[in-house]
Design a binder for this molecule. Structure first.
Ligand SMILES: [Zn+2]
Length: 242
């Protein structure tokens, strides 16, 4: 690759300055108290929705239990009634057999009572869970309203910063299209690696990106070398003055 022209290097440093301002602005946006409150409220909504889902799953389980018990009770009631009618319809004449049928009726009655007690417990659970679900629903609804309000507050607080950010984005586009693809690509790669500044300038004996003082020998090598190289300390791109 041919050495970049001084104009291209200038542009590269300008692009770096734009990106630094964009990064700073994004931080400011994230640090807005309104943004933090909004993030917290949004997280709370998600949490409430998850809790609500858990309750619904539990309700499905307990509801199935309730229906099962109700079915069993109705089968038992039917059986008991059939047994009981045998006591009076004259179909059983033998006294010993009558006693046996009576005992069966008693046994079935006890089972019905047991089932009904269980059913009562399960119905109380259903009621408690439904109350919880309704409470969570209400809390989520209120928090969602709050998210709406906070979004407006955040937008108001961020308005100035967002206008500035849009301007910087436009500047960035204008600057980057003027750079040769290869140079822009190198810049983007380093930026992606460092997550921050991608290019520094040799000022005296320091790189402006890492601020590490370079040895006299390094500086001598850099001054004798190409106008764009890598900082021997931080490996970022380094613009060396002519
Ligand atoms: Zn450096």
């Amino acid at each position: 690759m041919a050495d970049p022209t001084p104009e291209q290097l200038d542009l590269l440093l300008q692009l770096q300055a734009t990106d630094s301002r964009i990064r700073k602005l994004r931080h400011q946006l994230n640090d807005l108290p309104e943004q933090q409150q909004l993030d917290a409220a949004s997280a709370r909504v998600t949490e409430l929705e998850r809790e609500h889902d858990d309750i619904r799953i539990e309700l499905d389980r307990v509801g199935a239990q309730q229906r099962q018990l109700e079915r069993e009770v109705s089968v038992l009631v039917e059986r008991r009634d059939a047994e009981r009618s045998r006591l009076y319809d004259g179909s059983v004449a033998n006294a010993r057999e009558l006693k046996a049928v009576e005992a069966e009726v008693d046994t079935t009655d006890r089972r019905i009572n047991d089932h009904e007690e269980q059913l009562l417990t399960v119905m109380e659970q259903v009621e408690a869970l439904e109350e919880q679900a309704a409470g969570l629903d209400e809390a989520a609804e209120m928090t969602r309203d709050r998210v709406g309000e906070l979004t407006t507050e955040r937008d108001d607080a961020a308005k100035g910063l967002l206008v500035e950010l849009a301007e910087l984005d436009a500047t960035r586009t204008r600057q980057s299209v003027q750079l040769p693809d290869e140079l822009l690509e190198r810049y983007e790669q380093v930026a992606a690696r460092t997550g921050g500044a991608a290019v520094g300038q040799l000022e005296g004996n320091t790189c402006t990106a890492c601020r590490i003082e370079l040895s006299r020998a390094d500086v001598g090598d850099l001054l004798a070398g190409p106008p764009l190289t890598s900082c021997p300390e931080c490996r970022r791109l380094l613009v060396v003055p002519a």
